[in-house]
Design a protein around this ligand. Structure first.
Ligand code: NAP
Ligand code: GDD
Length: 319
């Protein structure tokens, strides 16, 4: 089997590449040109991946990489994925995260409609939640340009499924984290901050809204669900979540507690990290994924926090 992964240099792309290589896939990774490489997350498997260069902004480049890699499956993980940036760059976010998806689907439509497609949809689409817990039929109410772009991408995926009979799937993934998570996302910012404070490299950690609640899982578990969706006879939409919700404060308390520190002594709040509109609460219902895909998460909240704090301490100790 041949798979093309867009966003292979990102958190999810790297775990998915690990997973597919284990399954003996031939893996093609779409990367965009940069003056310096950002391959840290895939350094360990670099020689096993065939890199193809394209950008979500460029239709012809996408057609060329599909033609070159001749994939059985395409996983579209590439995106401008940081919610705060989407207020500063709303047009670019729309071009990448909404129109970019149409460009890949057009490539499939033109070249080979048998290619199975995975779209990285997001619980951000639920935004100001209309129902709790959120499932595949919960209405969307996005609260950021990022969320709006992802709603477009979700619906264009369904449209290509229904219009052209393409095996196009939308995974509505709730927040998932790991030691490979980008440093600006709150979980990694916290675990990196805890490690620095524990090692005497920093004295405080400035955060925004500590009351926001998320359904946090482990990225390694979530890429398995992506693959399972593409192995089904029928394409579909699936919520992937743990079903549990925790506040940012819970995450902070658990992370500091893991290294025997009291977060009250170190955490400050800074209005710079407060968003123009907030998603206050997310909690997914992964029942459909359990029933149809046989998918369940293996790492729980405490295990995830410990894994991330330990990895950051190890990384900074060896610097
Ligand atoms: P990430 O770490 O930010 O990775 C994003 C990837 O997209 C990077 O490889 C980046 O490449 C690539 N990219 C960005 N713009 C591009 C462009 N114009 N052309 C080609 N590649 C481009 O994100 P992630 O956490 O792995 O998330 C993967 C996907 O799942 C994203 O679509 C995200 O929106 C979605 N999602 C994530 C979560 C989550 O909790 N992690 C939850 C729901 C949905 P560079 O290395 O060149 O920057
Ligand atoms: N980033 C960040 N930095 N967030 C903070 C901070 C801070 O200093 N302090 C509090 N938060 C709060 C945010 O206000 C938000 O409510 C929550 O922590 C989570 O923020 P992020 O970790 O940045 O993730 P996100 O939920 O906005 O978006 C992530 O999950 C989505 C799925 O729901 C991203 O991975 C998206 O790409 C993904 O679609």
């Amino acid at each position: 089997m041949r798979a093309l992964i867009t966003g292979i240099t990102g958190q999810d792309g790297s775990y998915l590449a690990d997973f597919l290589l284990e399954k003996d896939y031939e893996v093609f990774g779409m990367v965009r040109r940069a003056s310096t490489e950002s391959f840290e997350r895939i350094e360990h498997i670099r020689d096993k991946i065939t890199f193809v260069q394209a950008d979500l902004l460029d239709q012809l480049s996408i057609i060329n990489v599909i033609e070159e890699s001749k994939p059985d499956e395409i996983y579209n993980l590439a995106a401008q994925s940081f919610v705060p940036t989407s207020w500063n760059q709303p047009v670019l976010t729309g071009e990448f995260d909404a129109i970019g998806v149409t460009k890949i689907l057009e490539g499939i439509r033109l070249l080979n409609r048998k290619i199975r497609f995975y779209q990285a949809s997001s619980s951000e689409m639920f935004g100001k939640v209309q129902q709790t817990p959120q499932n595949e039929s919960t209405s969307f109410y996005p609260r950021s340009p990022y969320g709006v772009a992802k709603v477009y991408a979700h619906w264009i995926t369904i449209n290509y499924r229904e219009s052209y009979d393409i095996h196009a799937n939308s995974g509505i993934l709730f927040n998932h984290e790991s030691p490979r998570r980008g440093l600006e996302f709150v979980t990694r910012k916290i675990t990196d901050g805890v490690a620095r404070i524990k090692l005497g490299l920093a004295k405080e950690l400035a955060l925004g809204n500590l009351d926001a609640r998320r359904d946090w899982g482990y990225a390694g578990d979530y890429v398995r669900a992506m693959w399972l969706m593409l192995q089904q006879d029928e394409p579909g939409d699936f919520v992937i979540a743990t079903g549990k919700t925790h506040s940012v404060k819970d995450f902070v308390e658990t992370a500091f507690g893991h290294v025997d520190l009291d977060y009250h002594d170190y955490v400050t709040t800074d209005p710079r990290f407060i968003r123009p509109a907030e998603v206050d609460f997310l909690q997914g219902n992964p029942l459909l994924a359990k029933e149809k895909l046989g998918w369940e998460p293996e790492v729980n909240f405490d295990g995830l926090v410990r894994m991330m704090v330990d990895a950051d301490i190890e990384r900074l100790k060896n610097k």
